[in-house]
Ligand binder design. Structure first.
Ligand code: MG
Length: 476
């Protein structure tokens, strides 16, 4: 056993007793509000250093709870990331990766278990509001995956004939859905301007009508994914321009949710989680967010792609005004939520673990036995431990220091082909500026061995390996 594995094992044993103990500390069924922004980068909130606009409600949410500075999505692109958030699995374990297009022949397999299904077993009312993107066929939609109701877009708002980047004939008209039916068949720019407002109103209405029973609200904003749209309430308000206006509207929306919970005296019985599905889409320049000090952005396995804001608030259960730099990944949300709702875990193998003690700050030991992995589609690109990050040789996209696009049009990425594995010490160098593979051969070797383990389980297109633990996606 290597040194890294031993450390994880000791920590794992220490926490195993806690995890396996009967859940008696939390008998209640708190409401869960899980909010996911789209393409919002690590540096895009005031409390994470954003400039040029204000996010007082999200900063206030962080002040009422805990702000995580080392929280990662499983894959830095929409569909794949959302699979991990909702199922606790690496997306490629479930045969999904990248971003599904309209009319996709595959989607999240209905036999996989979502957070909504976990909570439905415990009597929760469930709703999905916003972008789905786990398959737009009826059997893949939220209403077939544990959500009692659904309102929103079935996939990204740029998969739209009116998007400036869309070649004619690429996309069908973009629908707005209610449950499994089409509410509006052909979204217009004026409709996109109202999306954040409508998502907010639907969410508030759901909370109000389920105030006397436990509920789970999954609110997945379409913004700030391009093309950016904002209502007249916020248009032209910030010095940052349209991106800042959009962020201020998202912040307003979160404020409306928090205010509704306060008005209904539900604050003390509601866990709110806010995060993003991946980092900023940097080629869009002034219409893209910021990864702060992190390297690169969306669509890469560098920290700017995978490390996103994460705020968790539950007054009385999570210490106010606290921050944590513990390494966490979105696959841990399902088992942690199952824990606090005293609900059984999905019957099939999942990758996430209950990190509730880390979310509350009561226990610093990490339950994960070994490591996290980042795939880009089915390429194993990176392996992560709390201290080290191995980046395996692959080709990634970058602006390479050239400016991004302007006014909604993207600049072109160039492709960089790496020549060998690189090693970064994320504790000292979270921006991934110094490859220390030559100076630290022992951890390099340990992480290369972990990569082999991951390949055996999940496969790897870069080395042509098939994984034994991969399941089939849902197919039409
Ligand atoms: Mg996204």
């Amino acid at each position: 056993m290597t040194r890294i594995q031993s450390l994880f094992r000791i920590a794992g044993l220490a926490i195993a007793a806690w995890v396996n103990a009967p859940v008696c500390a939390v008998e209640s069924r708190p409401n869960i509000v899980l909010i996911v922004a789209d393409d919002l980068g690590y540096g895009d909130l005031g409390c994470y250093g954003a400039k040029g606009y204000q996010t007082p409600n999200l900063d206030g949410l962080a002040a009422s709870g805990r702000r995580f500075t080392n929280f990662h999505v499983a894959q830095a692109v929409c569909t794949a990331s959302r699979v991990a958030i909702l199922t606790g699995c690496y997306p490629n374990r479930l045969g999904l990766s990248g971003a599904l297009g309209p009319g996709s022949k595959i989607g999240l397999h209905p036999e996989e278990t979502t957070i909504a299904e976990v909570l439905q077993q415990r009597g929760y009312a469930t709703a999905a509001v916003g972008k789905w993107h786990l398959g737009d066929a009826p059997q893949f939609l939220p209403t077939a995956q544990g959500f009692g109701s659904y309102f929103g877009l079935p996939y990204s708002n740029d998969m739209w004939p009116r998007h400036p980047e869309a070649r004619p004939g690429t996309y069908p008209p973009l629908p707005l859905m209610e449950d499994s039916r089409v509410l509006k068949a052909d979204l217009q720019p004026a409709d996109q301007e109202q999306l954040t407002t409508e998502y907010t109103e639907r969410s508030v209405r759901f909370i109000e009508s389920h105030r006397s029973e436990p509920f789970f609200l999954y609110l997945a904003y379409s913004m700030p994914h391009v093309p950016l749209y904002v209502s007249s309430k916020f248009k032209g308000k910030t010095e940052r321009g349209l991106f800042g206006d959009v962020l201020e509207e998202l912040d307003w929306s979160v404020g409306q949710i928090v205010e509704t919970l306060r008005r209904l005296h539900l604050e003390e019985n509601t866990l709110i989680l806010f995060t993003s599905d991946n980092g900023p889409w940097l080629s869009y320049g002034d219409h893209a967010g910021s990864a702060g000090a992190m390297r690169e952005g969306k669509g890469t396995s560098w920290e700017g792609g995978t490390r996103v804001p994460c705020i968790v608030s539950w007054p009385g259960h999570i210490p106010a005004d606290s921050t944590s730099d513990t390494l966490l990944m979105s696959i841990d949300l399902l088992p942690s939520i199952a824990h606090i709702a005293n609900a059984p875990l999905p019957p099939k193998k999942i990758d996430g673990m209950n990190v509730w003690p880390l979310l509350t700050g009561t226990d610093a030991a990490h339950p994960h036995p070994a490591y996290f992995v980042y795939y880009g589609r089915n390429e194993l690109q990176s392996v992560l431990t709390p201290e080290w990050k191995l980046v395996l040789p692959h080709t990634y996209r970058t602006l390479g220091g050239t400016p991004g696009g302007r006014d909604g049009l993207p600049a072109r990425y160039s492709q960089v082909k790496m020549s060998g594995p690189e090693l970064y010490n994320l504790r000292n160098d979270p921006s991934e500026t110094r490859n220390v593979a030559e100076q630290f051969p022992a951890p390099l070797q340990e992480l290369l061995e972990l990569a082999e383990k991951a390949r055996a389980d999940l496969g790897d297109d870069l080395t042509g390996k098939k994984g034994s633990g991969v399941r089939e996606p849902g197919r039409l």
